[in-house]
Design a protein around this ligand. Structure first.
Ligand SMILES: Nc1ncnc2c1ncn2[C@@H]1O[C@H](COP(=O)(O)OP(=O)(O)O)[C@@H](O)[C@H]1O
Ligand SMILES: [Mg+2]
Length: 397
């Protein structure tokens, strides 16, 4: 019988077998077979198997279901649960078709009956289990990527629709609002000398309301024009420093201590300076608003290679940052109360806010995310273990 190309590689196999005689027989078969080659390790109980699996990287495990410390499908369930990426071939004396099917649907790659196979069949089962598991993992990864992409597309579409609607309304409201603001200016000069306190109070109230409405309209129009960027090579520290000068007063007012920790030499990154300043402003303002009784606002930068634990958030389909890519990371950490679990999945939604009563509009984070994604960058918001929130921006260098 010919040996297929995938059977050329040596496999490291853990044999978990209760019965000494069976164990010796398996070793004999695999050591002498002309079909494939194997490094073998043996043990006889589940506890020992788990210990070995934790300390070594096996290609595949050949598993007897009935051991001293675990029986039946429970044995499979426990190993599969603890080592989900490990290919498992069941090797059992209990011949039951329904059991075989259950084992396959519970995570095993194959189900062999003792005494019913020859060395070739056994070798093939082990090699094919490895290949099948690999295909299964690839399929799972592709499926997850597809779901992530789908979620991102839905989000992008939502933002598109809302952005389109909102900017339509904003355009309509912008001019009447400008008329109101000019009108107030005019009335101010007209009533400059009046002693009627009531008129001053009313004019102030109208002006405040109109200024607030104008700010919302400006946000909405910004939102609709986010895709046009003017990127240049910029020093991120100078962008952060400029944003900090704008929030300096707020920090003094709320007794917030700004603590900067910049990486010693950060290369310039290719960004639209104004947009990124807007992102940093949005994030620092959120941080300040989360600390009404004072606290610390820590801003730090790092230059590094992107690692798997740097993100923990969905990537947009257009994102080109991969593990190992050189990146610049900006962290903005506050010592507020953090974000409750029920809100965490909503904070990037346009118009989601928990500050409605205080005038929050809920566009800050969705704008920030759109800007970061238009830079092929990433943004994440996570609760810190010791309280507070970390907002993280990741730029490709
Ligand atoms: N640093 C933070 N600490 C606590 N909650 C936060 C923080 N940043 C954002 N959030 C939550 O996310 C929501 C959405 O933020 P954002 O989009 O900036 O809108 P807004 O600030 O107008 O509410 C906030 O209302 C708040 O509940
Ligand atoms: Mg905000």
């Amino acid at each position: 019988m010919p040996t297929s190309p995938e059977m050329k590689r040596k496999l490291f196999v853990l044999i978990v077998e209760n019965n000494q005689v069976d164990s010796r027989m398996l070793k004999g078969m695999l050591e002498k077979t002309a079909y494939g080659s194997f490094d073998l390790d043996c043990c006889s109980c589940l506890a020992d198997a788990c210990r070995r699996l934790e300390n070594n990287t096996y290609d595949v495990v050949l598993l007897d279901l009935n051991l001293q410390d675990s029986r039946g499908l429970d044995t499979l369930g426990r190993i599969h649960h603890q080592f989900p990426h490990l290919p498992i071939v069941i090797n059992t004396g209990a011949y039951e078709d329904s059991m075989g099917l259950k084992a396959i649907t519970s995570g095993a790659q194959d189900y062999l009956i003792k005494g019913k196979y020859l060395p070739y069949g056994l070798s093939k089962a082990l090699y094919y289990a490895v290949e099948r598991k690999k295909a299964e993992q690839d399929l799972k990864a592709a499926y997850n990527h597809l779901r992530e992409t789908q979620a991102q597309l839905i989000q992008a579409e939502k933002i598109n629709v809302i952005g389109g609607l909102a900017s339509g309304v904003a355009h309509e409201v912008k001019n009447p609002l400008a008329t109101i603001l000019y009108g107030i200016e005019f009335l101010y000069t007209k009533f400059e000398d009046t002693d009627d306190e009531q008129i001053h109070v009313t004019l102030n109230a109208i002006q405040e309301a109109a200024v607030k409405a104008n700010r919302i309209i400006k946000d909405l129009l910004d939102f609709a024009s986010l895709s046009s960027l003017q990127k240049r090579a910029e020093d991120i520290h100078s962008v952060i420093d400029h944003a900090l000068t704008l929030i300096h007063h707020q920090c003094e007012k709320f007794s917030i201590d700004i603590q900067k920790k910049y990486a010693p030499s950060v290369p310039e990154i290719y960004i639209d300076r104004n947009r990124i300043e807007q992102v940093i402003l949005d994030l620092t303002l959120n941080a300040i608003q989360a600390m009404p009784r004072g606290g610390a606002l820590k801003i730090s930068t790092q230059v590094k290679f992107f690692a798997s634990d740097d993100d923990g958030f969905a990537r947009p389909p257009s994102c080109s940052i991969n593990i190992g890519d050189p990146v610049v990371i900006v962290d903005i950490v506050d010592s507020g109360e953090g974000i409750s679990a029920e809100y965490l999945s909503k904070i990037f939604d346009p118009f989601f806010t928990t500050k409605r009563a205080a005038g929050g509009v809920g566009l800050g984070l969705s704008i920030a995310r759109t800007i970061m994604h238009n830079h092929q960058g990433l943004i994440s918001i996570t609760n810190m273990a010791d309280g507070g929130v970390r907002a993280r921006l990741i730029f490709k260098r």
